[in-house]
Design a protein around this ligand. Structure first.
Ligand code: UD1
Length: 344
């Protein structure tokens, strides 16, 4: 058995998939989650996949005293993977203070306590949103950071800076910052997946909910972009592939393989796929006709962005493996499972 890893937000979409991969790799997983945007069913899903239930404590990372109690209870944590955050872009524009309070405080609390409880490593969930509209694609980690389009995006940028400043100040900490492109799909067992609260803001849950009849019609936001088919282009990365990168990142820090105390990696496939291509792929693999219409652009959307993942490929030795067809099928199988359980 390898060491203990704390996964904040581990009941959520990416966190639950990462907990599975950590357990598969032999780590002991402790999940904390306030269940504000997830349910404890994902904890059972992790058990159904791996045969082992991770330790779970319902806890908000903004609650410093509860965090202290947690670190006293579970000694010898080797690393933290910090997913817990509010993540709805639109809501962040309406409620900026909620986002700044939640997303900044939780990281500050962890960084504050880590040296005191001798926890040396933290992996931080960042986003390609920090690049804004790229000047060129694919985009690598040396590209300039652009002014954030939303308070949510700003919290990612500020948190990257907080980590860098804290490590530079000489505290005994190391960090790997992972900039995700667009995570999609679900675990191939359909035991865990994405479960958005209310009307989905992201494309793939909207597609699957439309196909199953929960939503009447998918709106495609714009077909007049400067792209081959006029719709936006993204780098859609399979969530299991993404989860595996976290295990490699944690291994790297624990084994002291990193040269720098803060390292940043893009996590993407390196391929740009348009919104319309993704819809067509969904129709092809499921045999279902999707009811969609083209509407106006969504404010704040990036025209096209896809990753240069060479740094993660070479230094982490990680590469996205799943293809877009299987990934879309996994998203659909997850939606079918939710229907079977009467959840959606
Ligand atoms: C969004 C966030 C990004 C965040 C990411 C997390 C914005 C501007 N960016 O990325 O900061 O890190 O989610 O997952 O919100 N689309 C439709 N119809 C829909 C939904 C989406 O056409 O109903 C299109 C969008 O216009 C976009 C693409 O699908 O071109 C992907 O959208 P989405 O899944 O929301 O992700 P991003 O906007 O790339």
């Amino acid at each position: 058995m390898k060491g203990k890893i704390l996964v904040t937000g581990g009941a959520g979409y990416i966190g639950s998939h990462t907990a599975v991969e950590l357990q598969n790799a032999g780590y002991e997983v402790i999940i904390i989650d306030d269940l504000s945007n997830s349910t404890a069913d994902s904890i059972d899903g992790i058990k159904r996949i791996t045969g082992k239930k991770p330790i779970f404590e319902k806890l908000d990372c903004n609650d410093l005293e509860s965090l202290k109690r947690l670190f006293k209870k579970y000694v010898g944590i080797q690393g933290i993977i910090h997913f817990a955050a509010s993540k709805a872009v639109g809501e962040s524009v309406q409620k900026p203070l909620l986002y700044y309070r939640n997303n900044l405080n939780s990281l500050i609390n962890l960084l504050d306590l880590m040296p005191k409880y001798k926890i040396p490593n933290i992996v931080f969930s960042s986003s390609c949103t920090v690049y804004g509209e790229p000047d060129t694609n694919p985009i690598d980690e040396s590209a300039p950071i652009k002014p954030a389009e939303s308070p949510y995006g700003n919290t990612k940028q500020i948190n990257e800076e907080i980590i860098t400043d804290v490590v530079r100040a000489g505290l005994p900490l190391k960090s790997i910052i992972l900039r995700y492109f667009n995570p999609i799909g679900a675990h191939p067992t359909a035991e865990i997946g994405e479960l958005p609260n209310g009307v989905p803001q992201n494309l793939v849950p909207y597609i699957t909910q439309t196909a199953i009849g929960v939503r009447e019609q998918l709106s495609i936001f714009g077909d007049d972009y400067n792209t081959p088919d006029g719709s936006c282009i993204r780098d859609f990365i399979n969530v299991v592939d993404l989860a595996k990168a976290h295990v490699v990142a944690i291994d790297r820090m624990i084994e002291n393989k990193s040269n720098d105390k803060v390292e940043i990696f893009n996590l993407g496939t390196g391929n740009g796929v348009s919104v319309l291509e993704l819809v067509k792929t969904f129709e092809k693999v499921t045999g279902k006709k999707l009811n969609y219409k083209i509407v106006g652009r969504r404010q704040g959307d990036i025209e096209k962005i896809w990753a240069d993942p060479v740094k993660a490929n070479t230094i982490l030795g990680w590469k996205a493996k799943e293809n877009i067809e299987d990934t879309m099928l996994s998203a659909w199988n997850w939606q079918l499972k939710l229907r079977e359980k009467g959840i959606m």
